[in-house]
Structures are given as structure tokens and as C-alpha cells.
Design a protein around this ligand. Structure first.
Ligand code: ADP
Ligand code: ZN
Ligand code: ZN
Length: 802
């Protein structure tokens, strides 16, 4: 028996299946989707069995055998195996990368599998007992005969043993030592029994008498009493106090965990939309819907009901939400509806926790997964619906290889299962809306908010005018007044700033020098918490200079606005306001995100100040004011999607206000109030924006009128990179049709990163039958020849930004 195996070596000549002999012991076990260890060159590598056959063209004495089994059952289904082949072609990546992306990180090669005994008494097999040699846990690789492997499979099915990867939990709950002090009466007794030379103990017990009955951390007890740990230990031994261990951090209850009340009746618009989806579910039709509904129009409610139907049919559901929208509020709605049938997968989980969730899906213990991008590969075997909420989000595109878009994968999987895909958004991507307009997707529209609340009133404020009036603050007079109003009436406020850090950069006011990264052509960002300058591209860090590195002037200052600086200004302007800041810095710790949101939902703060991560998914009744401090920051990105991103963001944040009984108000501060993305965000009308933006895209030849592919080159040597970029673009010109525009090679916007110079080439085309083949050949050229000269070349089909 011969197995076709894709080995875990990402190199050009190896990007194909290799033939290996299946040892007799493994013959009854091995099937496609199982991972194995095989000899390759002079090492052992991980491999994925992708096929089984009886013959090979290779001389039998040249063939090597599989060394050991990593799995006893396939970890990748035949559907996903096919999908990985498709993915490798679509994204021009190695097949091994396309396979690896489907599994949680914990399942990569370095983790070994173990056989663990559950019911010792039930094991009677002589050979098996010999294999265990009394051990409770044995590495699977020690099982090397057919009968042992069969026994393992049998015992696993009988639940006598388990076979699993043991992943150490990196997030073991931290415990803190607490000391509970006894009553004074007991302490007095101990005091009297003390030996006269136990002075320190005497002192501590006297201190304890003053703090009788209290429970405090051992740390603070030692600090306050000024006594050594050894003394504390002795008095505990005498019974003066008890030790307890408390969890420092418990998974907080999600805000709104009660779930928003389940609506009894759907609105007319919801009924129409759900009907269309239901008939696709019933008919088993692979249909893609674009559910376009204003914020608060009840899209999520439609998802929940559609999923219910799918579950009743005995099928599974995949729900993708952007990472930042994976708020406890969102996930708790699913949990409240479907209880333990829901698995949640987000990046805050440790490798072990992610693996646990993945296993629940693999074993069929859950029926619904709610997760970020990679959850699209959830190993369900009977998918009945795939939902992408906020489908316009750029996080659905993976930035590293394989550079897939979750939307494409969703549609591909849905084709296989004959099930609907729902793309939901208040501000669909131009691509999706264009497809819906052409009838490629089925458009479903919700024009009104579910509880008929009016959309919030949006006011655009010209910050140039404020400057002219002498207001140099970050708050316009109108916004400041609105904030004061809310503070008085006890309503809540969201302030949105599209940046992080305290000040964007450090500038010398005498010579104009901006402190830049030594490795990249980009200014360094000032981080106040650590008092350091950081490069967001390469991670370089340095201390803040006291003098200008160019002219030694001391007039070196921080410029730009960040959340920390806004927070300070808020405290100055509104001294009574209680502010919660939510940005990358305050949410780095696990659980911080949830904790902040919970505090806000419990009314423990008046203002929630934050970046992108507060723009989505929040649904709190008491928020009546949203202020956007500077709408322009996304507008000036050198990117064809800048206007689209700005419009989306403005609409999303605005949607946080007035979702319940109290009406909402929104202020958008900007230096370019005349820009159509901002003007049109005012009324939150998508259609006019779509038309305007489409006209601009057509004029400049961008998606969705054209497809684009970006080829990037980088090298330590400027001349070399220019030379390779030239070669690359010539190759493309020679092989692609004349209708395809090739723009470049040009230096990239950030022309040097991490001491590597960067060039790029942009392809624009409507139809290019030779595209995949040409790019594959270019990649072959790179991987077999150019790579040796230190070049790095990446090819990205349909990038999210350029
Ligand atoms: P979206 O996902 O479009 O933002 P949601 O589904 O979150 O909208 O609905 C917004 C709010 O309206 C939620 O509080 C939800 O419970 C409520 N809601 C949704 N549908 C209805 C309905 N048919 N009747 C009453 N309330 C509804
Ligand atoms: Zn200077
Ligand atoms: Zn750098």
C-alpha cells in the first residue's frame, strides 16, 4: 500500500505529494486526512496523507516508509482536503500552508500525541498491558504493531482510553495567596503561649489583633506589618491565621449576559428576508445573500432564527464576526439562544483553549461556531449555513500566506454542502454590493431599525472653523456642550478616536526633524506608558531623546493626538466625568476588553473613549451621544478604499447611539467636512455613497471595476530590488494580455522596512485568463532562482489595501 503525502517543508520543488510505503501495521488505520511522520532527506517531518493507492512509478527500493502515525482518525475531512487544494491555487501558496491553516496552532508538529488510560480495569489485552507497562500515559508513537494500533482504536471508541495532544494551558488561572486572620480572642491565647524570645511573632500577632477577622493578600499583610515571610509562616502554624488561595481573575460575566429579550414578532422586513433564507435552507441551495440593513435593523436576530432552522434540520452553522466585534455581548447572544451547542473561537483564547473548541466541533459536541476569520475552516461535516457579519471588514482577509478571504472560502464550502451564505452589513463592501446589484448575490434589505427607533441625528462639525474662532481644543464647542448635557442627565457617551498611543510622533520645532526608525522609512510613535518610541513596522524601540538628534535643540515635542492625550483633555474639560479608555494598550491583558465593557454597561463610567474596537457590536441602552473626534484620519490613507473605510466607520460608530428608548445624537468633527464620504455618512444613506464611490472607482480603474493583484519585492540592496522588480514586471508584461495594466515597478509607500527596500507592481485587469498560470511561473522563477540572492517576493491577489 502506498500513501500520497504532502510534507511539512515549504520549498518549491517539494510542493507536491510524495509517495511512501504504508507499513503493514498501519494499513487498516491509514486514510486521507491523517497526519504521519515520515523520513525526508535526513530528517523526520510531519506529513498529511492526501491519498492512498496501490501502485507507484517510483522504483520500490527507492521508496521510504511512513515512520509513525500522528492521528488514528482523519483530522482533515475529504471536503477540507479538496478545499485546501483549491485554496493553494487561489492564493498561490504551498499546499502545506493551505493544509496547516485549517488546523489550530496546537496541532502543529511539535506537539505529540499520548494514549491516556481512563478505565484501567477494562484493559485486559495482554499486548496492550505490555505496551502500557503500568503507565497511565504513553506516547502514541510507541505503538508500532498493527494489533496495538487496532486495540488503541477499539479502546478509544469504547472510551477506555483517550488519544490526544496534551497542550499545556498557557493561561492557567492565576491564584493569589490570601491570609485570613483569626478572632482576637484566639490570638490572645496564642500570644500568651509564645516563647519570650519569639519577638517577631509576638509583634506580628499584636498587629493581627488590631486586624482581627480580616482577609488580605499575603503581600499586603507583609508590607503593612513589616514582618518577614518566615515569621508569618510560624504564626500560621500556630493557628493565628489561615491561608487561602483565591483566583485573581475569574472570567467575568459578559455584559448583557441576560441576552437582549428575544423578540416575539419579527418586523415585516425581517419576515421577508428570513423567508428567502429559509427557502434556501429547506431547498438545500447554495445561494449567497447580501443582507443589507442599517445598524440596529435586526440582522443578528435574523441570523439567530436562520440558525435555529438549520439546527432543526440536524445541520451545523458557522458564524464569522470580525475579531474586534467578538465582544462578549455578541457571543452571549448566541450562547443565550443555543447554550452549550456553541463554540467560540477568538484570538484571546490560548492555544490550548482553541484546540479544545476545535475538538468540540470535530467530535460533533457543538453545532454552532462563532468565531473570527479562521473559524471558516471549522471541521463540521454537515454545514447548513455560513454567516459573515460585518462582511465589509478587512480582517476577513488573511495578511500572511495563505492569503485567503473568508468570504471566498465560505462560498466555496457552501457550494459543497448546498447551503446558503449570508453576508450581513450596514455598509457592504463595494464588491459585494456590486455583485448583489448584478444578481450574483441575492440582495435582502432592512431599511428600518427593528424597534422603529429613529437613526441618530448626525451633525458634521468643521474643525477649521473652530480654529478660526480660537478654539484649539480637541473638542468643538458643540460637542463639549453636548458632553456636559449628558453628564448632567446621567446618560452615557462614546468618544471615538481613530488612533492609538499618546502622540503620534516626535518633532523638533527648530529644524523640523521627525524622529524616525533607523530601520524603516517611518516616524516612530511615542508610547507614554513606557516612555519610549516604538516602530509599528519592525518593533524597534528607543528612549525618548531629550535633544534633537540633528540640531541638538531642546525644543523637541510630541505631536498628534492619541487616546491617552484625549483622556487627559477630558479630565481637564470635564473634571467630574468618569472615563474608560479602550485601546490596544488598555486591552492587552486577557479579559480586559470584557471588564471595561462590563464596567461601562453597569454605568460605572460616563464616557467610553476608544479606537476602532468600540465602533462595533456594542448595544447599550443608555448611550445617547457619540462623538467622533477626528474623522479624517482614515480619509488620508494612501489607499483606494480610504473613502469607503471612512464611511463605514462613521456609520458604524454612529449606530452605537440611541439604539433603545432614548434618542441618539452624533457629532462628527472633521477638517474636511466637504468630502463626500463624510457628507453622506451624515444621513447614513448607503445608496448615494455607493453610487458616488463607484463613479470614483470606475474613473481611477479600481475594484470592483477591475481586479487587482499586488506583487511586492524587498531586498537589503536598493539597486538589486529595483532590478528584480524590473525583471518581474517585464516577465508579467511578456506573459499577460495587453488589456492588463501593469503599474510600476514603483517604490512602496513605506519604501524601507526593517532595513529592506521595497518595490511593488500593481496589476489591473477585468479578465485575464493567463493570470494564475503566469503568477505561478513568476513564483517558480522566484523560488528556484531569485530567492537565492536574498530577494523576498510576495504575490497577493485582490489585496485589501495597496
Ligand atoms: P443588527 O444586527 O442589525 O444591528 P440586532 O439584531 O442586534 O440588529 O437588533 C437590534 C436591536 O433590536 C436588538 O436589541 C434586538 O434585540 C432588537 N430587535 C431585533 N429584532 C426585533 C424585533 N422584531 N422586535 C423587537 N426588537 C427587535
Ligand atoms: Zn532639530
Ligand atoms: Zn522600524
Amino acid at each position: 500500500m502506498i500513501a500520497k503525502i504532502i510534507v511539512d517543508v515549504a520549498a518549491y520543488p517539494i510542493d507536491r505529494p510524495f509517495d511512501y510505503i504504508v507499513p503493514e501495521a498501519m494499513e487498516s488505520i491509514i486514510e486521507p486526512g491523517i497526519r504521519v511522520k515520515v523520513p525526508f532527506g535526513n530528517r523526520k517531518v510531519l506529513g498529511y496523507v492526501t491519498g492512498i493507492k496501490n501502485e507507484t512509478d517510483i522504483a520500490i527500493d527507492k521508496l521510504k516508509s511512513i515512520d509513525e502515525l500522528i492521528d488514528l482518525d482523519p483530522v482533515i475531512s475529504s471536503e477540507l482536503l479538496d478545499l485546501s487544494r483549491w485554496l493553494a491555487v487561489q492564493t498561490l501558496s504551498y499546499e502545506i500552508d493551505a493544509l496547516q491553516v485549517m488546523l489550530p496552532a496546537a496541532m502543529r508538529a511539535k506537539y505529540e500525541k499520548y494514549v491516556e488510560v481512563v478505565e484501567q480495569e477494562d484493559i485486559l489485552d495482554e499486548e496492550f498491558l505490555n505496551f502500557l507497562k503500568g503507565r497511565k500515559r504513553v506516547p502514541l508513537k510507541e505503538a508500532d504493531t498493527a494489533s496495538l494500533l487496532k486495540m488503541i482504536k477499539y479502546y478509544t471508541n469504547e472510551k477506555v482510553i483517550t488519544v490526544d495532544t496534551i497542550v499545556r494551558q498557557q493561561t492557567a488561572i492565576k491564584k493569589v495567596r490570601m491570609i485570613r486572620i483569626e478572632e482576637a480572642s484566639k490570638l490572645h491565647v496564642i500570644l500568651e503561649s509564645l516563647h519570650s524570645n519569639a519577638k517577631k511573632q509576638f509583634e506580628l500577632i499584636q498587629w493581627m489583633i488590631q486586624h482581627e477577622g480580616q482577609t488580605l493578600t499575603s503581600k499586603s499583610l507583609l508590607e503593612q506589618s513589616g514582618i518577614s515571610p518566615a515569621t508569618l509562616k510560624s504564626v500560621i502554624a500556630r493557628g493565628a491565621a489561615f491561608e487561602e488561595y483565591a483566583e485573581t481573575y475569574r472570567e467575568p460575566e459578559a455584559p448583557g449576559m441576560k441576552d437582549v429579550a428575544i423578540p416575539v414578532n419579527l418586523t415585516d422586513e425581517q419576515v421577508i428576508a428570513l423567508d428567502r433564507i429559509s427557502s434556501s435552507i429547506e431547498g438545500g441551495v447554495a445561494e449567497t445573500f447580501l443582507l443589507h440593513g442599517v445598524t440596529g435593523s435586526g440582522k443578528t436576530e435574523i441570523y439567530l432564527r436562520a440558525i435555529k432552522e438549520v439546527l432543526e434540520k440536524g445541520q451545523d452553522a458557522i458564524v464569522l464576526v470580525p475579531e474586534i466585534a467578538l465582544t462578549p455581548q455578541m457571543t452571549s447572544r448566541f450562547k443565550a439562544r443555543f447554550g452549550p451547542l456553541v463554540a467560540v473561537m477568538h484570538s484571546a483564547l490560548s492555544a490550548g483553549e482553541k484546540y479544545d473548541e476545535w475538538r468540540k466541533i470535530q467530535r460533533g459536541e457543538v453545532k454552532v461556531v462563532v468565531g473570527a476569520r479562521s473559524a471558516i475552516f471549522a471541521p463540521f461535516k454537515n454545514v447548513g449555513i455560513i454567516i459573515l457579519d460585518e462582511e465589509h471588514e478587512s480582517t476577513y482577509k488573511q495578511e500572511d500566506t495563505p492569503r485567503y478571504h473568508a468570504r471566498d472560502v465560505a462560498i466555496k464550502r457552501a457550494e459543497y454542502y448546498g447551503c446558503p451564505v449570508i453576508l450581513g452589513s450596514a455598509t457592504p463592501s463595494l464588491e459585494s454590493y456590486a455583485r448583489a446589484s448584478k444578481g450574483v448575490y441575492t440582495l435582502l434589505t432592512l431599511l428600518n431599525r427593528a424597534r422603529n427607533q429613529a437613526l441618530p441625528k448626525v451633525e458634521i462639525i468643521d474643525m477649521r472653523e473652530e480654529l478660526r474662532l480660537g478654539n484649539r481644543s480637541m473638542f468643538s464647542l458643540d460637542l463639549a456642550e453636548a458632553v456636559r448635557n449628558r453628564l448632567e442627565s446621567g446618560e452615557q457617551i462614546i468618544l471615538f478616536l481613530n488612533r492609538r498611543g499618546f502622540s503620534a510622533f516626535v518633532l523638533c520645532r527648530d529644524c523640523g526633524t521627525v524622529v524616525e526608525c533607523p530601520n524603516c522609512d517611518i516616524s516612530l510613535t511615542y508610547h507614554r506608558a513606557t516612555e519610549r518610541l516604538k516602530c509599528h513596522y519592525c518593533g524597534h524601540e528607543e528612549i525618548v531623546p531629550l535633544k534633537c538628534p540633528e540640531c541638538t535643540s531642546e525644543h523637541i515635542r510630541f505631536f498628534g493626538t492619541g487616546t491617552q492625550k484625549v483622556e487627559e483633555e477630558i479630565t481637564k474639560l470635564f473634571p467630574t466625568a468618569r472615563v474608560l479608555r479602550m485601546d490596544v494598550d488598555t486591552t492587552r491583558q486577557k479579559g480586559a476588553h470584557e471588564r471595561l465593557l462590563r464596567q461601562f454597561s453597569e454605568g460605572k463610567a460616563d464616557i467610553l473613549l476608544g479606537t476602532q474596537m468600540i465602533a462595533k457590536g456594542l448595544d447599550f441602552p443608555n448611550i445617547t451621544l457619540v462623538g467622533v473626534l477626528a474623522a479624517d484620519t482614515t480619509l488620508h490613507l494612501a489607499d483606494f478604499r480610504a473613502a469607503e473605510k471612512t464611511f463605514q466607520l462613521m456609520t458604524q460608530v454612529s449606530g452605537r447611539a440611541g439604539r433603545h428608548e432614548l434618542p441618539g445624537e452624533v457629532f462628527i468633527q472633521t477638517y474636511t467636512p466637504e468630502h463626500y464620504a463624510i457628507q453622506l455618512a451624515k444621513d447614513q444613506h448607503y445608496e448615494p455613497f455607493y453610487k458616488h464611490e463607484m463613479a470614483a472607482r470606475r474613473q481611477f480603474g479600481y475594484p470592483p471595476f477591475y481586479f487587482v493583484t499586488l506583487v511586492q519585492f524587498s531586498h537589503e540592496d536598493l539597486l538589486k530590488v529595483a532590478d528584480f522588480a524590473e525583471k518581474g514586471s517585464r516577465f508579467l508584461k511578456d506573459n499577460l494580455s495587453i488589456d492588463t495594466q501593469i503599474i510600476g515597478p514603483t517604490a512602496a509607500a513605506v519604501s524601507r522596512v526593517n532595513n529592506r527596500y521595497r518595490y511593488q507592481c500593481l496589476l489591473k485587469y477585468k479578465k485575464e485568463p493567463m493570470l494564475t498560470e503566469t503568477l505561478q511561473q513568476l513564483i517558480k522563477l522566484y523560488r528556484t532562482k531569485w530567492i537565492k540572492s536574498g530577494l523576498i517576493m510576495t504575490v497577493e491577489v485582490e489585496p485589501m489595501s495597496i
